[in-house]
Design a protein around this ligand. Structure first.
Ligand SMILES: [Zn+2]
Length: 293
């Protein structure tokens, strides 16, 4: 298994991939359709996304398994196929990545707020266990627990990965700026609280994803770095806040707009730089040129 921590060890900056969800919609995924069943029904399209990020020069790619927690799959009646769907997701990305690039199994929120007890805790934990075991079986090197806003849920996913796999664990939260000018998740978690909790649960790499855009992400990294100087930080920033233009969703931060911001992200303390919603292989190519060029 490839080790991201080892690759970062010599101070190297690594490039991650860009969006999957917005890419799937471009390829014909309908609103309300389950994106992850495409690993079975549209394998070639999903493989094409994975390959496009490898071709763009990314050192690592994620998997099409963001919403493949069984509780979330229940929405589509696919809960009993969670293992199959997650394993296929990792196998597709592994096929694109070969053995010289990293595969990070994407794990998003279960869709249940753990603190509210909407779904029994064991059910949420068992769902993460299914995901991490299937992602490992499919060939992932690590899991990327992402778009988290609640500490209890993120720590459950981290513990499932640590207890039931040998995978390295990345955990990123999604922040927005409050009217008071500091950053909090939807559940009110600060970057400082996140750092303490996820490291305690066993995360190897921490960070932030999604959110408002590249400029705000620089400030989020600064807040994370104020709390922790040494743990590697991964950043997947959105290409700005989406706007509707002629009935289409458009992300305003083009590859040229983000170009000057890549070095700022790294200066602020990011070790792995990639994109979230609205970023494309072109954005990743810009990342690669800025970091290596
Ligand atoms: Zn996003």
């Amino acid at each position: 298994m490839n080790s991201i921590l080892r690759a970062l060890g010599n101070g190297k900056i690594l490039i991650s991939d860009g969006a999957w969800g917005t890419f799937l919609h471009k390829l014909g995924l309908e609103i309300g359709e389950c994106p992850e069943i495409w690993n079975i029904t549209h394998r070639n399209e999903v493989l094409g996304i994975a390959k496009s990020y490898i071709d763009a020069g990314a050192d690592m790619i994620l998997t099409n398994s963001f919403g493949a927690h069984p509780v979330r799959l229940e929405h589509y009646g696919f809960q009993d196929r969670a293992f199959e769907i997650n394993e296929a997701a990792a196998a597709i990305s592994r096929e694109a990545a070969g053995n010289d690039h990293f595969v990070l199994g994407s794990i998003g929120p279960s869709g249940a707020i753990v603190m509210m007890g909407e779904v029994p805790e064991e059910k949420v934990f068992d769902g993460f266990r299914v995901q991490v075991e299937a992602l490992q079986k499919g060939g992932a090197d690590a899991v990327c627990i992402e778009t988290m806003s609640e500490i209890a849920e993120a720590c459950m996913a981290i513990k499932a990965a640590k207890e039931y796999t040998d995978l390295e664990v990345v955990c990123t939260f999604t922040y927005n700026k409050t009217v008071h000018g500091y950053y909090r998740t939807m559940m009110g978690v600060s970057p400082e609280e996140m750092v303490a909790a996820v490291k305690d649960a066993g995360a190897d790499i921490i960070g932030a994803n999604c959110g408002i855009g590249f400029d705000q992400m620089i400030e989020v990294i600064q807040a994370i770095r104020a709390a922790d100087k040494t743990t590697p930080v991964l950043i997947h920033a959105n290409a700005g806040m989406p706007v509707i233009q002629d009935g289409k969703t458009v992300f305003p931060e083009t590859p040229e707009i983000i170009r000057p911001k890549i070095k700022e992200l790294i200066k602020a303390g990011a070790n792995i730089v990639g994109g979230c919603c609205g970023t494309t292989p072109e954005h990743i190519r810009v990342n690669v040129n800025e970091v290596r060029g």
